[in-house]
Ligand binder design. Structure first.
Ligand SMILES: *Cc1c(COP(=O)(O)O)cnc(C)c1O
Length: 388
C-alpha cells in the first residue's frame, strides 16, 4: 500500500487504526481484556475468540494498529521482538539456507547460529550493502534473506528494494527488521519486502516500559502460516502489554519528529567537536549511504554512534559520567540512552571480529531522546571534560 492508497495518513492511523470506541459503553480506548477464555454460544460456536493464546481483543486491536502503520494487511504480535523473529524461522524446514546481514542485531545472530543451526538450518552472513556479495551467497536452498536497515551500531543503510528483488530472483522470502527506522520513516512492504519484523520494545512502544514484537505482511497465506506458529508456539503478549503498545503507537509520529530533529542536531554538533573522531549517522552527508537513506527513508532516525579520539577506558568514562543520557542498553524510548557496544551490546562478538566489522573499542552509541538538545550537548561536553 503506497501513501496515496492509504485511506488515512500515518499520523491518523497511529491514533485510530484498530481503535473503535466500544459499542456498548462508548469507551474510547480498547479495554485490557484480561481473560483467558470466552463463552461459546453452542459447542464450537464462538464470537471470534475462544482462548487468549489464539486471540484476544486487546491484542487484535494492537495487531491491526501496527499493521496499518506499516501499510500492511495482516499483523501478528509476540511477547518480544525475538518471539516474532523465531516465528519467521519456524516457517523454514531443516536443510533450508538463510542469508543475513553481517551486522544484524546480536539476538538475531544468536538465535540463527545458536538455536537454529542445531535444527539443520544453514546461515551465511554477508555485507548486505554489497549486492554482488548477497547474490554470491544465495543458492538453490536459500529460503530467506534477512535484512536490517539502518544497522546497529554503525547505522549502515541497506537497499530494501534491490535486496527484495535479489531474494525473489532466488524464490526466497525477504524479511526486513524495521525496528530502527519505524514505519513512520520507512515502509519495507511498499519497497517489496514480504514480511516486516518489529521489536515493539523500542520506538513503537516508545516509553521503555514494555517488551513486545510484531510481524506484518500483505500476503494472506504467509499470515496464516505465521498465525499457526504464533498459536502453536505460544510466545504471545499479555493484554496489558498490548494496551501499553497501543498507548505508545498513538504518539509515534510526533515522537519520531523530535527524535530525528535532535539526532540530526547532535550528529552535526559532534561532527565538528574536537573530542570526536567520527560520527555515524545516515543524515550526515559524510555517511557512505546518505543518498540511499534520503531516498528510502522519510527522515534519518534517532540513533547515532560516534568514535572518540580516545581509548576504551576513555569511552567508558564518558558513558559513565553523563546524566541526561542514561547508561543502558536498548533504545527508542523518550529518554536519551548511551552505551558502549564493545563492552555491552556487542561484547559477545570476539574482539578481532568486532574490529574487522569496523566496531572499535571507543565507539559510543546513543539513542537520542526527546529532551532539550542544549541539555544533551552540555551533558556530553561535561562528560568529555571528565574523560579526556
Ligand atoms: C531489540 C531488537 C530486537 C529484539 O527485540 P526484543 O523485543 O528485545 O526481543 C530485534 N531487532 C532489533 C533491531 C532490535 O533493536
Amino acid at each position: 500500500m503506497s501513501d496515496d492508497e492509504r485511506e488515512f495518513r500515518i499520523e491518523t492511523d497511529a491514533i485510530h487504526a484498530g481503535q473503535e470506541p466500544d459499542e456498548e459503553t462508548g469507551a474510547l480506548m480498547t479495554p485490557i481484556y484480561a481473560n483467558s477464555t470466552y463463552q461459546q454460544d453452542a459447542p464450537g460456536e464462538h464470537r471470534g475468540y475462544e482462548y487468549s493464546r489464539t486471540g484476544n481483543p486487546t491484542r487484535a486491536d494492537m495487531e491491526q494498529n501496527v499493521a496499518a502503520l506499516e501499510g500492511g494487511e495482516y499483523g501478528r504480535a509476540f511477547a518480544s521482538g525475538m518471539g516474532g523473529i523465531n516465528t519467521v524461522l519456524n516457517l523454514l524446514e531443516s536443510g533450508d539456507h538463510v542469508v543475513a546481514g553481517d551486522d544484524i542485531y546480536g539476538g538475531t545472530h544468536r538465535i540463527f547460529t545458536q538455536v537454529y543451526e542445531q535444527y539443520d538450518l544453514a546461515f551465511d552472513f554477508v555485507d548486505t550493502t554489497d549486492l554482488d556479495a548477497v547474490r554470491d551467497a544465495m543458492g538453490e536452498s536459500t529460503e530467506l534473506l534477512w535484512v536490517e536497515t539502518p544497522t546497529n551500531p554503525l547505522l549502515n543503510v541497506n537497499d530494501i528494494s534491490a535486496l527484495a528483488d535479489v531474494a525473489h530472483e532466488y524464490g526466497a522470502l525477504c524479511a526486513v527488521d524495521n525496528t530502527f527506522a519505524t514505519p513512520y520513516l520507512q515502509r519495507p512492504l511498499e519497497l517489496g519486502a514480504d514480511v516486516v519484523s518489529h521489536s515493539l520494545t523500542k520506538y513503537l512502544g516508545g516509553h521503555s516500559d514494555v517488551v513486545g514484537g510484531a510481524l506484518v505482511t500483505d500476503d494472506e497465506a504467509l499470515d496464516a502460516d505465521i498465525g499457526f506458529y504464533q498459536n502453536s508456539v505460544g510466545a504471545t503478549p499479555s493484554p496489558f502489554d498490548c494496551f501499553l503498545v497501543l498507548r505508545g503507537t498513538k504518539t509515534l509520529p510526533v515522537r519520531m519528529d523530535r527524535h530525528c530533529e535532535n539526532a540530526r542536531a547532535l550528529a552535526t554538533w559532534l561532527q565538528d567537536h574536537d573530542a570526536v573522531d567520527r560520527v555515524y549517522y545516515p543524515g550526515l552527508e559524510s555517511h557512505p549511504q546518505h543518498d540511499l537513506a534520503a531516498e528510502q527513508m522519510d527522515d534519518f532516525g534517532g540513533m547515532l554512534s560516534f568514535e572518540l579520539d580516545g581509548s576504551l577506558e576513555e569511552a567508558s568514562t564518558v558513558v559513565s559520567e553523563t546524566e541526561v543520557f542514561t547508561l543502558a542498553e536498548s533504545l527508542g524510548g523518550v529518554e536519551s540512552l548511551i552505551e558502549q557496544p564493545a563492552a555491552m551490546t556487542h561484547a559477545a562478538i570476539p574482539r578481532e571480529e568486532r574490529l574487522a566489522a569496523g566496531l572499535s573499542d571507543g565507539l559510543i552509541r546513543v539513542s537520542v531522546g526527546v529532551e532539550h538538545i542544549d541539555d544533551m550537548k552540555a551533558d556530553l561536553n561535561a562528560a568529555f571534560d571528565q574523560a579526556l
